[in-house]
Write a protein that binds this ligand. Sequence first.
Ligand code: FRU
Length: 505
Amino acid sequence: MRWILFLIAIALASACRAPESGVDQTAQQYNEPFRPRFHFSPHHNWTNDPNGLVYFAGEYHLYYQYNPFGNRWGHMSWGHAVTKDLLHWQHLPVAIPEYVDDNGDSTMIFSGSAVVDDKNTSGFFPSESGGMVAIYTSHVHKAKQGLRQHQSIAYSKDSGRTYTRYDGNPVLDIGRKDFRDPKVFWHEPTQKWIMATVIPDEFKVNLYASKDLKSWSFLSEFGPLGDTARIWECPDLFPLNASDDPSMSKWVMIVSNSHPQGATYVGMQYFIGSFDGTSFVADRPSQYPLYLDFGRDYYAAITYDNVPASDGRTLLLGWANNWAYGEDIPTYPWKSAMALPREVSLRTIDGQLRLVQQPITEYKTLRGDEITDLAGNTSRSIEIEYSLVPGKATAGLRVLKTDSAHTIIGYDAERGEVYIDRTESGNVSFHPTFTGVDRAPVRLVDGKLSLTILIDQSLIEVFVNGGEQVLTTQVFPTGSGSGVELFSNDESVVEVRAWEFNSIW
Ligand code: FRU
């Protein structure tokens, strides 16, 4: 009997193999139908939130919530990949695995962030040159019951490849079962590290400060405000300039919570305000909620830390899936991808300051041939630049049009909305909450609507009017073909250009 169990264990272990060291996504030959060609996806197994987004020594790191043993949520550990250009990823071994305590409790490594401690404030590093420190939530559990969540740290002396957990962990414990997702940054004016964390069920972001990343003191709390239909997770707080007024600098708080369509789905909201080193205060509280993305597949986004000053962008990366149905999406042997990194800024729109997101311009280097025959298009990884001077009715495009399915991206003139209709997009039956229509309220700029549409096998991102609104939506087309068909019901004027994308692998 023992032998049989042993053999089963070996078979399971090899079926759920650990990530290969140094697998280069660019050298990988995948042939799965829904595998994105220019978005990050793990080689195999489940992922959710991006974690520890930080630039260090020529590499952008992406750690991510990862199950090393299966294609659904569980055994949460920090998976790892690096990129030099934000497009081509190299897969690396799990950086921080789950573990079992001396007393038999298990600890999963939940979401968090990473910083470069270049002044060696933590004292973890042999010299003043410093190194990388990860700040994560230790989720302590027994028999699938969550017992406690507190914040812990681990440090790396080998460019983020391996981490040593600090023996004084946890560094911040307020005795709660739910207290998580630390995002840490260096605040130059007060010469302190600042941590934003959530008390999920109280819809609050707590801020703490530290001189050494080890000892933290409470600063202030923010919330509840805006959308409180569902728990708050994965906060981030960062300064941001207005692209149309360089003298205007604000602080932005983003939080993952429920979706504009209600609490069945997760989504994200943002607040614009000021931060004095102690408290974040949102401008005009009556204007919230303001949503970050109107598609149903964008969550847990946080910004990159330590982006070189010569670059200067604020880069946001989010998980392209939704907890409502995410574990059931029909992909194998991996599950979930990241959206394309986005550059965020502020812009005054109809007299109000708003967050604007654009795909990093690097993606244009992947453009291949221009598509001249839209209907006969054969690629499922394409970009469409679409502009519309609308008439009175609905106009738009049917994309990923096969012999049995299509997805509609349209402008509804009556409602003043851009929408993505995935009701007939292919496989919609794997979960009852998946089918439906995503809608974003939009304006016309000088009578015109412009869409940048990025389609990547099973992922669609639509940037409206240079990123004033964004919709990120997954689809799982069935049938053969991948044509694009324009439709308009009246006198609207349409201009379209489209390109095929070269694959990153
Ligand atoms: C958000 C989240 C986080 C948590 C992690 C666990 O998607 O629920 O709050 O740290 O996922 O995987």
